[in-house]
Design a protein around this ligand. Structure first.
Ligand code: DAT
Length: 174
């Protein structure tokens, strides 16, 4: 369906909640383009320094936006990132904030090799629903949805729901 208008979807949430797992599978099932902003930044070295406290490079947000602009205008893009306040609001038709209970998230981040402050900060980010609040203040509240992401059953349910939403959007907009 190359000439049909297709929605852009933002998947956001604390690291480890399952954005990549959901995003890649969703892209495969609906034939959308999946973009992992972390990977994109790494490949293009889209950084503007290094954060010593959090032990991670600092994203060059303007260059990320320049890099993505043309693709976003075409539609049919699924963007995956653990932040959401710097993307142009007009890019996204819907925003999903994935949410994971602490015990699950702790195990996932620990097996990713996170420890100490980095592990605690990410758990706290989820407890304080930091990314949900960031999404609610960056986009129209009615397009921001939370999705539970604890179990494989949650993953399947989320896929089904998002696919249904995409189909409806395509009917309404073409
Ligand atoms: P993110 O991209 O948000 O950092 P991920 O997709 O890499 O997260 O997932 C982190 C880990 O959790 C990975 O080992 C896969 C697993 N996972 C993701 N979604 C899950 C779910 N709904 N149920 C159980 N495990 C899940």
């Amino acid at each position: 369906m190359p000439n049909m208008r297709r929605p852009n979807i933002l998947l956001t949430g604390t690291p480890g909640v399952g954005k990549t797992t959901l995003g890649k599978e969703l892209a495969t099932r609906v034939g959308a383009t999946y973009i992992n902003v972390g990977d994109l930044a790494k490949e293009g070295e889209l950084y503007e320094g290094f954060d010593e406290e959090y032990e991670c490079p600092i994203l060059d947000e303007d260059r990320v936006i320049d890099e993505l602009e043309d693709k976003m205008n075409e539609g049919g893009v699924i963007v995956d990132y653990h932040g959401c306040d710097f993307f142009p609001e007009r890019w996204f038709h819907i925003v999903f904030v994935l949410r994971t209970e602490n015990s699950f998230l702790y195990d996932r981040l620990e097996s990713r090799g996170y420890k100490g402050k980095k592990l605690q900060d990410n758990i706290q980010c989820e407890i304080f629903q930091t990314i949900y609040e960031e999404a609610m203040s960056s986009y129209k509240e009615e397009i921001v949805h939370q999705l539970p992401s604890n179990t494989p059953e949650d993953l399947e349910r989320n896929l089904d729901q998002i696919i249904q939403w995409i189909e409806q959007w395509m009917k309404d907009n073409n």
